[in-house]
Design a protein around this ligand. Structure first.
Ligand SMILES: [Ca+2]
Ligand SMILES: [Ca+2]
Length: 223
């Protein structure tokens, strides 16, 4: 978690920021008109998101609340101290940014501030195949045109961090238990192209797609 708490320039302010308070604007002021926070999407529930603070010039007690932008109730604020914590799991693939409007009230004065939450992508989704029912036919004892393309598998991954980084591998009869130079089937790790590389008739091979953390899925190509 990176809680910078730094204010932004007025050039980026949306119209709603006219409601925001800041130093010198009245008897009740937030320490910043906006707070910026960056969180990875796997941040655990109940983790601290931000600590917003507003001060009344008489020292009156301040009550805090979230009045806008709390999509799906992901965030909660403690009304007496301004601690904002995570109430449910973030998901970068659903929403990569959140803009919370927080309110502070003291002695009948109400002011607002923004909490901008940027969500960082984490590899939390396995790849999935978009091709299905792969079938390839090979001719027994035919060793012409080897390596022979049999089928091409394609997998996708919802994680931005895995875009273009999927690796394909193949397992099953004709692969398992064979040295790398003796296998009968191979797959291009980058393109998903399944190849027959030696002469043999096999009933089933299995192609796997995985990301950098080894999370994966599998697909069979049957004869
Ligand atoms: Ca992934
Ligand atoms: Ca992700």
């Amino acid at each position: 978690m990176n809680l910078s708490g730094r204010p932004l320039t007025s050039l980026s302010l949306p119209p709603a920021t006219r409601l925001l308070s800041g130093p010198g604007s009245g008897p009740l002021e937030f320490t910043h008109p906006r707070y910026c926070v960056t969180l990875p999407e796997d941040t655990h529930v109940a983790a601290l998101v931000a600590n917003v603070t507003a001060l009344h010039n008489t020292g009156a007690g301040v009550r805090y609340s979230i009045t806008g932008g709390n999509r799906d109730g992901l965030f909660t604020i403690q009304k007496h101290n301004g601690l904002i914590t995570l109430a449910a799991a973030l998901d970068y693939e659903t929403h990569a940014h959140h803009e919370l409007v927080v309110a502070a009230e003291a002695s009948g004065v109400l002011v607002h501030a923004l909490v901008l939450v940027r969500v960082l992508d984490v590899n939390d989704n396995p790849p999935y195949f978009v091709t299905s029912d792969l079938k390839a036919t090979v001719i027994e004892e035919d060793d012409r045109d080897l390596p022979l393309p049999l089928a091409k598998v394609e997998a996708h991954d919802r994680d931005l961090v895995d875009q273009g980084r999927l690796h394909y591998s193949v397992a099953g009869d004709g692969v398992d238990g064979f040295a790398a130079n003796d296998v009968f089937f191979a797959v291009d790790a980058t393109t998903g192209q399944l190849l027959q590389v030696r002469r043999r008739v096999e009933k089933r091979v299995e192609v796997k797609g995985r990301n950098e953390q080894g999370r994966g899925n599998q697909r069979e190509a049957k004869r």
